[in-house]
Design a protein around this ligand. Structure first.
Ligand code: ZN
Length: 431
């Protein structure tokens, strides 16, 4: 395949912006020549001057939350984070059945694809439909064609038997998910959070993972009620280079040092943090101390562009300095997310360079002012982030074309998901 006549944001080592360039996509799903690529006899896409850039990455999400959209809440609104978990998310996840899991994943993936997200790292929970749940999500990934890493959020909150189920589901899926040539589906070892995990379960998880050799995906210090989590998880051996330590809001300077020393990756989810009113991440301090901080959505939105913008705005406000936050938001979204995926799973995505995976999007953006690598941030923030995604390609396969998901029947899935949600809400006692 070849894409011609595109304005290319390469995000390569020189961060080149190429005008009217062509990019070749090889049959193995990697990028071939960039710039003056020659036709290869395969499919030809004329970008007609559109912008071609790497597909976005979401480093933390919960696809299972998709069917909660519009769901009425019983009783008074939750007053704090523990109440949000108990009244909303733990009620919802206990009610999920395998079909809910499948349709919520499908809808979340279609939404993501249509706003240019090619890779999602998912953190799943369905305590009463645990065994095989990650297979249902993997099926949704395979059908849409997106790239991802899955895990089950092990927790003691529903008793020891459910904790055992969680451990078993992670182990089963990690063993099943052998690395493949296309690198489309990966696994991590999911843990809910320090405050819902007893010593015994944490020990068993670390012990089981020793031979599996994958990284943990765990919420860390999202709320004050989980303060002290970094030191505890470090002491149990959860934190290393492959760990996704999600949130890291309520951390001391010493704990930032522990995160940096362990090589664990902190994942910032600014819109979810705003919505749950749990606090503001100390982004510049974490980065200054050497913690690699990526960006996720925590299931709040499919639009990573909105997370990028919110990360930027939130840090400006926190610093009360209009000069703050550009570098951190840009690094998290465009440099660190791809570095985290490379570090953990060895995948080269997030750049348009020969040999990298062809995870790309064409955006309807025709710059009304000069655009070059020196002012790219401003175009991303004020222009490209608002422009429609015309085409998404993942691993060389076209997922979105003319703004429609072409790998699955979007309309039919929305209808089925709506029926599924209705039945789920009924089981929850909502209407
Ligand atoms: Zn989360």
């Amino acid at each position: 395949m070849i894409i011609t006549n595109a304005r290319v944001l390469t995000f390569d080592a020189e961060n080149r912006v190429l005008d009217s360039a062509s990019v070749q996509i090889r049959d193995d799903g990697t990028i071939g020549e960039v710039g003056e690529a020659a036709a290869d006899g395969g499919e030809r896409i004329d970008a007609q001057g559109r912008l071609l850039m790497p597909a976005l990455i979401n480093c933390h999400t919960h696809l299972y939350s998709t069917l909660a959209r519009g769901m009425p809440l019983a009783g008074p609104a939750p007053r704090n984070f523990p109440e949000i978990l108990k009244k909303v998310w733990w009620r919802l996840d206990r009610a999920l059945n395998p079909d809910d899991v499948y349709y919520s994943a499908l809808v979340g993936l279609i939404d993501s694809a249509k706003c240019g997200v090619g890779t999602l790292l998912d953190h799943h929970s369905s305590p009463n439909a645990c065994a095989g749940s990650l297979d249902r999500i993997a099926q949704a990934f395979a059908e849409t064609g997106l790239r991802g890493a899955l895990c089950y959020e092990t927790s003691d909150r529903d008793g020891p038997r459910k904790a055992q189920d969680g451990l078993r589901e992670n182990i089963r899926f990690i063993e099943r998910t052998r690395p493949t040539n296309d690198g489309l589906i990966h696994a991590s070892f999911g843990l809910h959070a320090s405050f819902t995990l007893g010593d015994r379960t944490l020990r068993r998880a670390v012990e089981a993972n020793r031979s599996l050799g994958t990284g943990f995906h765990v919420h860390v210090a999202e709320d004050r009620s989980d303060a002290g989590a970094v030191a505890r998880l470090r002491d149990f051996g959860v934190l290393d280079q492959r760990t996704l330590a999600v949130h890291c809001l309520h951390v001391t300077a010493a704990e930032m040092g522990m995160l940096a020393k362990s090589g664990a990756n902190a994942i910032h989810n600014p819109q979810s943090n705003c919505n749950n009113a749990v606090g503001v991440a100390k982004l510049p301090e974490l980065m200054r101390r050497g913690v690699l901080v990526g960006l996720g959505s925590d299931g709040y939105t499919a639009r990573m562009w909105d997370e990028f913008k919110t990360a930027f705005h939130l840090q400006k406000l926190r610093a009360r300095d209009p000069r703050a936050a550009g570098a951190e938001a840009y690094a998290a979204a465009f440099l660190n997310n791809r570095e985290i995926v490379r570090k953990i799973w060895g995948l080269e995505i997030g750049r348009i360079a020969t040999g990298a995976r062809a995870d790309l999007m064409l955006v309807d953006y025709f710059p009304p002012t000069p655009l070059h690598s020196g002012n790219l941030f401003s175009h991303l923030l004020f222009g490209i982030s608002n422009a429609p995604v015309d085409t998404l390609i993942v691993n060389g396969r076209t997922i979105v074309r003319d703004k429609r998901c072409v790998t699955v029947d979007e309309r039919k899935i929305a209808e089925k998901a709506a029926a599924q949600a209705k039945s789920l809400w009924k089981r929850l006692g909502a209407k």
